[in-house]
Design a binder for this molecule. Sequence first.
Ligand SMILES: NC(=O)c1ccc[n+]([C@@H]2O[C@H](COP(=O)([O-])OP(=O)(O)OC[C@H]3O[C@@H](n4cnc5c(N)ncnc54)[C@H](OP(=O)(O)O)[C@@H]3O)[C@@H](O)[C@H]2O)c1
Length: 240
Amino acid sequence: MKKRAFVTGGNSGIGFATARLLKKRGYDVIISGRNYERLQKAADDLGVESVQADISDLDALADMTAPFLEGDGLDVLVNNAAIASFKPLTAHTEDDYKLFFDTNIRGPLELIRLLLPALEKRQGSICNVSSVIVSKGVVNASLYAACKGAMDAFTRSLAREFAPKKVRINAVAPGAIETPMFEKLGFSEEELHVLRCQQEANIPLNRYGRSEEVAAVIVSQLEATYVTGAIWTVDGGVGV
Ligand SMILES: NC(=O)c1ccc[n+]([C@@H]2O[C@H](COP(=O)([O-])OP(=O)(O)OC[C@H]3O[C@@H](n4cnc5c(N)ncnc54)[C@H](OP(=O)(O)O)[C@@H]3O)[C@@H](O)[C@H]2O)c1
């Protein structure tokens, strides 16, 4: 039977590269995203199936996961979709808290809850895409970092909870990776250039990473059959 993988946020950046690598490894891949046009284009480029859903909308998640539960299971879930923003704490509103917590914590956790029976059928594996920001203080990143910190915490806890079901769950924590996420932060091109120069000067490997380099770690982790509850950094050495 062909292995089956579901990648959230598979229409862009790290999710797109991961979906491509999984497809190359012979998986049947389904990607999700919010934006219909971007999702369709990515699915066509990759030659995979797609499902449109906003991960912060819990009702949409129930609809999105139903086909996996009816079928004969799921081997791989990559919880990759997320939003980022870099703002001082005092600039955050109550709506920001709700949006970030719903998108970056509640959505991924609810997806795991809904898909657990499908993953159990195939002794599947989950990869949560976290961030090195959890262990590395970054100015103006408190809300985003809090969400990724929660993700690391629930990853470790669920690893023990799911082990008797033979479902493994881990996280990959990227450093600065060249993806469209930076363009979505609301900075000008010049500000992004300055940010990049400052960050690269602080990275031992002296450059931003590429989505493909993170995807390679995600897929290795998914297939590492004696690894659960682990957080693997892929950050050019910045967290050392
Ligand atoms: N790039 C970095 O430097 C970096 C560093 C550390 C960790 N990460 C993590 O890596 C993961 C991927 O990020 P990326 O850099 O590849 O960013 P990206 O290119 O902006 O991709 C983010 C993806 O998430 C999807 N998404 C966002 N909000 C969503 C929602 N509410 N519902 C459904 N899909 C949603 C987007 O879909 P739509 O376009 O359709 O909205 C997009 O496919 C994220 O978890 C991010 O936190 C990235």
